[in-house]
Design a binder for this molecule. Structure first.
Ligand code: C2E
Ligand code: MG
Ligand code: MG
Ligand code: MG
Length: 277
């Protein structure tokens, strides 16, 4: 009976019943077998331009635990990162992206797909080789693949990261700075690295247009991006006022619940196949 309702499943994760450390430990133990047991899946959230056309989409990992139900990436991604599990998990998402790009190509949908890439993946010495091998094995178009990285990776200022990024760019892969504005990095990397896109963090999109601070930040980021010829995607767009503000200030793509919630990748691909471009 205790496990029969959704509310009780959630309660198993509430502080007070388990310490934070116990909770993380349980997540890590269960996450180790999640991929092999088919508990992981990939969702996709499309991005829209002013004409309401889909101009790209981001892949997002999902985990459905057999007893606890859906576990948020906010809870399990950090555990995957500290434990190193993000390396095989991230590669699996990349494989899904490659297959999805081929399916989109068959449907005539010439749009890029974005995947989140953890700093931990970059720390593998053979990261670039693995990505190259994956692209060769699948035949997926590298120039339709966008790697979302965070400012944290660039803060490391490690030469090997820069070398790897440039090698990946040579393959045709493009880079996007995720959660832009929330890190502690300098903007210097914008002149050193061929970044293609930035994604304005949801926390700034939240307050526009009424919060003057958020409005000033978003306008400034859009102006700066224009100077650097960067594409800008706004994350977490939830209402029409935000849409109006963002398009009025030259934002190229919007992503958020207002347009589309993340949905299962296979369902989305089936829709694309049914509506060839
Ligand atoms: P992110 O990359 O910044 O992804 C955007 C997050 O915002 C997603 O949360 C998405 O569901 C959510 N979102 C989108 N639109 C809205 C909106 O209008 N309102 C609100 N409130 N939220 C919105 P999600 O899927 O829970 O993922 C959270 C984070 O987990 C991601 O943030 C990313 O940092 C990480 N993550 C997810 N999948 C992967 C993955 O495959 N690899 C890695 N390394 N990290 C991942
Ligand atoms: Mg992202
Ligand atoms: Mg983000
Ligand atoms: Mg993020």
């Amino acid at each position: 009976h205790a496990k029969s309702t959704g509310a009780n499943r959630v309660a198993a994760f509430e502080p007070g019943m388990q310490t934070e450390i116990e909770k993380l430990f349980l997540i890590e133990e269960d996450l180790k077998t999640a991929l092999a047991r088919g508990q992981l899946s990939v969702h996709v959230q499309p991005q829209f331009n002013k004409a309401q056309a889909v101009i790209g989409a981001e892949l997002l990992m999902r985990w459905t635990h057999p007893e606890r139900g859906p576990v948020s990436p906010v809870d399990f991604i950090p555990v995957a990162e500290t434990s190193g599990l993000i390396v095989p998990l991230g590669e699996w998402v990349l494989e899904q992206a490659a297959m999805a790009l081929l399916a989109l190509q068959r449907a005539g949908w010439d749009i890029p797909l974005s995947v989140n890439v953890s700093p931990r993946q970059f720390r593998q010495l053979d990261f670039v080789d693995r990505v190259r091998a994956l692209l060769q094995r699948t035949g997926a178009p590298a120039d339709r693949l966008i790697f979302e990285i965070t400012e944290g990776l660039l803060v490391e200022r490690s030469d090997s990261v820069l070398v790897q990024m440039n090698e990946l760019i040579e393959l045709g892969i493009r880079f996007s700075i995720d959660d832009f504005g929330t890190g502690f990095s300098s903007l210097g990397y914008l002149k050193r690295l061929p970044i293609h896109e930035i994604k304005i963090d949801r926390s700034f999109i939240n307050g526009i247009p009424d919060d003057e601070g958020d409005a000033a930040i978003v306008r400034s980021v859009l102006l700066m991006a224009r100077q650097f010829r960067l594409k800008v995607i706004a994350e977490g767009v939830e209402d029409q006022q935000q849409v109006n503000f963002l398009f009025a200030n030259g934002c190229e793509g919007l992503q958020g619940f207002l347009f589309s919630r993340p949905q299962p990748l296979d369902r989305w691909l089936a829709q694309a196949a049914a509506n060839p471009r």
